[in-house]
Ligand binder design. Structure first.
Ligand code: SF4
Length: 513
């Protein structure tokens, strides 16, 4: 059965529906196809893509928390622009609304207002396993012995295909091709007396990177893998507890950061308060360094370090490691801005906005034909001639993945009259694929996996090219290397990983009928 959820006779997109299903759950699915903005990722256009963002809140009895979840998802929007969703519950009935697109496209006031209850979880998605489709939007819903269970996940499981096959052999039916649904069904079929024990059971079976929030049986759960690869923090506002991928989400709802969820820990929040369970043994910490370099928002705190300040320190050390005589430092916006500020301060060279980013280009932007292809980048990044012409430019970005966009930007600066272009990168070369939720699962996609720095410099056409060293990165973060995941830089994976052929985004896609 499909019903329009419009309030007060408001006209609604016919693709936007709410479905009533047996058991009292109501699920909404908004279809807003292909409108997510490529440039809102803040990164290079051929660059790394964020993985996902999760949020959860336990409000006071009788409180409606959907507006707080909605606000928090805006704060996490940079972590995923393909789909968004919210699930809420009053302790018995779970309601879900999710759809394709940005938070602003998936939700309007009526849809947020239609979600009742004092418990809520939310998700923004960029697909790293499973295609970008409505079936794969989150929160995921399954039935469990404790009632409706809604789950949202950030990260990638490295053993999802085997677990899914095992569950299907037991008769479990999947409705998506995500690894996240594997976690939900493991919990729902766990030999466990309570939801937190079910979470512990699932954690003992799954491998890889995960931060998960769950709404089940009048309770919120939050848990994190044994290496704490992806971030998950606990916040508090009065009697309300919240969990979020980044602290900037707490800022939006007036909550304050309390602490990180620990590696291998389950937090359970219900009417009785907050409980902690060390569900699986904690391994050596392996926080993803790219959260600091690129993924997290500059106003977020990770391990009590402000991300913008950490990026500035990377830029300062980059200036020490790769100095060059120049007239101006300009960032690739927005990803290179903090590091460029640090570089400019340390080198005592003026910082300028030499490239202006158009924030309103969507995925529907059609690349020009071959003859005018270089101008395609100019639609997204327009140079400021007064800043660039006749100058020796230091161009700062946070990473080079394939190298194609860096080359286009260097050519753009030269066309605008730059005398010299010196490229500086505030991360070490990315040489190995990530199996933990970042969309670079093939070495063939990574220019630094097969080419030297000099070959890359030649390819992008820069006068010089300098990357931050691995030791300098740890120095900038003021964290021991043994507590960081740098696997895509040094090839030392904290867990066993699948082969590249097994690990792609579509590893579970063959099961989609
Ligand atoms: S491999 Fe790289 S991107 Fe992936 S989790 Fe480790 S540091 Fe982060």
């Amino acid at each position: 059965m499909v019903e329009d959820t419009g309030k007060g006779g408001s006209k609604r997109d016919p693709r936007d529906v709410m479905t009533a299903v047996p058991g009292g759950r109501r699920e909404a699915a908004a279809g807003v196809a292909g409108l997510a903005c490529d440039l809102d990722d803040g990164g290079p256009f051929d660059g790394l893509r964020e993985e996902c963002g999760v949020f959860a809140i336990h409000g006071a009895r009788g409180e409606i928390v959907a507006p707080a979840v909605h606000l928090a998802l805006y704060a996490l929007q940079h972590r995923g622009q393909e789909s968004a969703g919210i699930a809420t519950s009053d302790g018995t009935t779970v309601m879900i609304h999710k759809g394709m697109g940005l938070v602003a496209q998936v939700f309007d006031r009526g849809q947020v207002g239609g979600l009742r209850g004092h418990l809520g979880i939310g998700h923004v998605r960029y697909s790293t396993m499973g295609s970008a489709s409505l079936n794969n939007a989150q929160p995921i819903f399954v039935r469990s012995p404790w009632g409706d269970l809604a789950l949202a996940h950030n990260g990638n499981l490295t053993n999802a295909p085997a677990l899914r096959a095992e569950l299907e052999a037991k008769g479990v039916q999947f409705t998506s091709t995500t690894d996240s649904e594997v976690i939900a069904h493991l919990m729902a079929t766990a030999p466990a007396a309570a939801p937190e024990d079910a979470a512990a059971y699932a954690m003992a079976r799954i491998e890889g990177a995960y931060t998960v929030v769950v709404l089940v049986g009048g309770m919120l759960l939050g848990f994190r893998d044994a290496y704490a690869i992806r971030p998950l923090m606990l916040g508090r506002s009065g009697e309300r507890y919240a969990l979020a991928s980044e602290t900037c989400a707490f800022d939006h709802i007036g909550a304050v950061f309390v602490r990180d969820v620990d590696a291998g820990e389950v937090l359970a929040i219900d009417a009785g308060g907050l409980r902690s369970l060390q569900a699986i043994p904690r391994q050596r910490l392996a926080h993803c360094v790219f959260e600091y370099i690129y993924f997290a928002r500059p106003d977020t705190q990770l391990r009590a370090r402000n991300v913008h300040s950490a990026r500035k320190r990377m830029g300062r050390i980059l200036a020490r490691e790769h100095p060059v005589d120049a007239d101006v430092v300009i960032p690739v916006p927005d990803s290179g801005m903090s590091a460029a500020l640090g570089y400019a301060e340390a080198a005592a060279i003026p910082y300028e906005m030499g490239l202006i980013k158009n924030r309103y280009i969507g995925r529907t932007f059609i690349q020009p034909d071959q003859a005018t292809r270089d101008f395609g980048v100019q639609v997204k990044l327009n140079p400021v001639r007064e800043v660039i012409e006749g100058k020796r430019v230091i161009l700062v970005d946070d990473s080079i993945v394939r190298g194609t966009t860096s080359g286009k930007i260097v050519r753009l600066l030269r066309r605008t009259g730059a005398r010299e272009v010196h490229m500086r990168i505030s991360s070490p070369p990315i040489r190995f694929p990530c199996f933990y939720g970042i969309d670079t699962s093939s070495r063939g996609e990574l220019v630094a996996s097969a080419q030297t720095v000099e070959q890359i410099r030649e390819m992008i056409g820069a006068d010089s090219l300098g990357y931050l060293s691995q030791d300098a990165l740890a120095e900038a973060l003021d964290l021991p290397r043994r507590e960081l995941c740098m696997a895509c830089l040094d090839g030392h994976y904290p867990t066993t990983v699948p082969t590249e052929a097994q690990a792609g985004r579509f590893a579970l896609e063959h099961v989609l009928r």
